[in-house]
Design a protein around this ligand. Structure first.
Ligand code: GRF
Length: 185
């Protein structure tokens, strides 16, 4: 299955997916990494695996629709079937949703519907929950609101943001691979 990974940051989830593919655990190929942040570390990671990168600054387009249309053109060129969001910090609009109905997924570092949006780990710690987690879900026009595909719980390490974050990221890498394995047949 041909997929594209969209990311705006470090790209550790991208790397986990690519490694699962290389181990033969996931029958997929990352045809393209799409980023809205040309300086993001995910670009370096993608280059290390010789995976093409499409880095487009939304600012350079006159509308979100134009920006997404340019992305879709690139996706179609390499016959991408599924879009995997991994730390992509933008809402997806109707344009992309219509081009890839039921074929866009996201991972979020909380047990949705708790703590949607930015800094879900900070929100959870601020709230004082003892258990948080990770959610893989289908993408709709909302912020982390689409139908849930898979979830996994993670214990908060009280007063230790870094340790909690590490535990969540580790869980993400396993859960995303597992969920994609079921979806990409
Ligand atoms: C992850 O925590 C993901 O759940 C969230 O953004 C983060 C991306 O991390 N949406 P990385 O860039 O994959 O390392």
């Amino acid at each position: 299955t041909k997929i594209a990974v969209f990311a705006s940051g470090s790209g550790s989830n991208f790397q986990a997916i690519q490694e699962a593919i290389e181990r033969g655990e996931l029958h997929a190929k990352i045809e393209l990494v799409v980023t809205d942040k040309p300086s993001a570390f995910v670009v370096t990671r993608a280059e290390n695996y010789n995976i093409p990168v499409l880095a487009l600054s939304p600012k350079e387009f006159s509308s979100k629709a134009d920006y997404e249309t340019a992305i879709i053109e690139a996706l179609h060129k390499c016959h991408v079937e599924w879009i995997v969001l991994a730390g992509y910090m933008r809402l997806i609009s109707e344009v992309l949703l219509t081009a890839y109905p039921q074929h866009i997924v996201n991972i979020h570092p909380s047990l949705l519907p708790a703590f949607p949006g930015k800094d879900a780990i900070g929100q959870a710690m601020e709230h004082g929950v003892k258990i948080t987690g990770v959610t893989v879900h289908f993408v709709d026009e909302g912020m982390d609101t689409g139908p849930i595909i898979a979830q996994s719980a993670v214990q908060v390490v009280e007063g230790d943001r870094e340790a909690t974050e590490m535990a969540i990221h580790k869980e993400e890498h396993g859960l995303y691979t597992k969920a994609l394995k079921q979806l990409l047949k």
